[in-house]
Design a protein around this ligand. Structure first.
Ligand SMILES: [Zn+2]
Length: 241
């Protein structure tokens, strides 16, 4: 397995690295992005950890390609802010419409280039969905009718099975968010697209662990990673499923 680093937006102020891990055979492609919002730190750390695990050959991609963009909005990340404008409202809303920001345009162009079958966008949000159905903390979000929905439900079941504190259980949300990277990937590219939202009032270590585990569940669903392997967590402690 090969892991290579590339730069998105070389020469621009918003330049940011991305990584591609390639397995033996060509398909499928899976894309994982984090840091569209610069202050959602655990999602960024989880994406960085994913890159580290791949580089150290601790996580092995047997098939296809995994494209990881750990910190989309570097400027917002440096200031630990969500970002101005909110980048997740600037992605193209239709096939014919362009992104309304150069950075989201570059991210979407990269997505179009690899045309991933699976697209995961990692975020953090307020609250616990188990306690309040209006909040997005501890949810997996997809667009209504997206073919990823059964895999989302299975992933939530697997996650919740391993989370003893039921307040922290994940729930599914189904809605379109025009201008978001998820809805762009789903609507325009037909990707199995999911937004992962942890609750940022939980300890950072726990949130990173949840992100990493959820990504690994989807990598197995996609067939990129062998189903019988161990689950890797931050600091490379094995977590039994
Ligand atoms: Zn976010």
């Amino acid at each position: 397995m090969q892991v290579k680093q590339y730069m998105l937006g070389k020469g621009y102020s918003w330049v940011t690295p991305y990584y591609i891990a390639t397995g033996r055979q060509g398909d499928p492609h899976v894309m994982v992005v984090a840091g569209i919002h610069g202050k959602e730190i655990a999602s960024i750390r989880a994406a960085e950890e994913l890159v580290r695990l791949l580089k150290q050959q601790k996580l092995h991609i047997s098939h296809g390609k995994l494209i990881i963009l750990p910190v989309v909005n570097q400027k917002a990340y440096r200031k630990r802010i969500r970002g101005i404008p909110d980048l997740n409202r600037t992605f193209p809303r239709t096939k014919k419409q362009a992104a309304s920001n150069p950075l989201s345009a570059a991210v979407f162009q990269l997505t179009q280039k690899y045309h991933p079958k699976w697209y995961l966008d990692l975020h953090e949000a307020n609250g616990l969905s188990q306690k309040d159905p209006k909040v997005l903390g501890q949810t997996l979000i997809s667009d209504k009718g997206n073919p990823v929905v059964p895999a989302v439900r299975r992933t939530i079941k697997r996650m919740n099975h391993s989370i003893k504190n039921t307040d922290r259980h994940f729930n599914i949300r189904l809605h379109e968010l025009p201008g978001s990277s998820r809805t762009a990937a789903a609507r325009i590219l037909g990707a199995r697209a999911v937004t992962v939202e942890t609750c940022w009032s939980l300890p950072k270590k726990v949130r990173i662990k949840y992100h990493l585990e959820i990504v690994q569940h989807f990598l197995r669903e996609a067939g990129l990673v062998k189903a019988n392997g161990v689950y890797l967590s931050a600091k490379v402690k094995t977590v039994t499923p």
